[in-house]
Ligand binder design. Sequence first.
Ligand code: NAP
Ligand code: ZN
Ligand code: ZN
Length: 346
Amino acid sequence: MNTRGYAAQSAATPLAPFQFDRRAPGRGDVSIAIDFCGICHSDIHFARNEWGMTTFPCVPGHEIVGHVSAVGPDVTKVKVGQRVAVGCFVASCRTCSSCQNGSENYCETGFTMTYGSFEKDGKTPTFGGYANQIVVDEHFVFNVPANLDPAGTAPLLCAGITTYSPLRHVGVTKGSRVAVMGLGGLGHMAVKFAASFGAEVTVLSQSPSKQADAKKLGAHDFVLTTGENALAKLANRYDAIVDTISAKHDINGPLGCLKRDGTLILLGAAPVPLDLSAFPLIFGRRKIMGSLVGGVPETQDMLDHCGKHNLTSDIEMTTPDKINEAYERTLKGDVKYRFVIDCTKF
Ligand code: NAP
Ligand code: ZN
Ligand code: ZN
């Protein structure tokens, strides 16, 4: 199926128009006409090969919302015309203990990423959602609650589930105290989710201009991390800290802001190692955990939670010809709070 999209041809070239073929839908596949795709910071890391694992050409995009244009004969989950979504992965082994447990994101044989992996044949690259259409196995296709704005829903498929999953995993609930480091795409969703679970939320940010927004998003407090002794004043305060920072930064100061047994949830994927001091972990029996997006059942659960609370991402719409500009603005933290591409323009 001839498909129009945008690709990076090398780590140093801007994204540009690119045509490629998608597989014809198989028996269990869903063909999706893509309406919207979010721009995740991971797309930028990937297109620029900052993690050293990119094969080119690279068509990024894993925050996909569209509508079903065709289904294979075995598909039961969705119907033609239905509003659907696709996230960060499009296949997994389906048999390992993680897959059986609904944690396909931790598939022990490695899941197939929506872009940047290979199809089952081991040689056809997977291309993502910066395109007009995609073909996906129905297991990895989600239903979108009808009340949600479809463009604002797109970022839920990565920024949303990536923050929802670990907040649920560590048991954030009414009365928990949560801090969110970095108010970007992931950060603003972490604030919304933690607040929707009843937690008291603090934003830790390097950008004074984001203070008013933090409150509007549901945060109770905003602390400028560049201020003198800013973190020392927050010692022993939080049950969990959600760290969404995309570049090298200090985690030892923030660890000291956790209560005894508190958890720092590391989500940001800085391309370089972070420095860890033993002391803030040892004193206070504190923990660091990582977390990678979320499994299929919990992604649907997250979307249903958003439907119930009428919760979507705060977005700025953009068009394919402005993707490179959107990348530059995202790198400067100049987006409120996620760019979403109008994919009907590819
Ligand atoms: P984003 O929208 O660019 O937000 C990142 C935020 O981090 C910025 O808005 C800024 O917030 C802060 N920040 C950036 N550079 C900083 C620096 N040098 N020092 C301190 N703070 C800095 O990015 P995103 O899309 O939310 O993604 C964030 C990170 O998570 C990326 O590394 C991405 O690859 C990763 N990620 C991981 C997963 C996962 O499954 N674990 C999923 C998706 C994305 P302030 O202005 O408020 O300080
Ligand atoms: Zn992402
Ligand atoms: Zn598996």
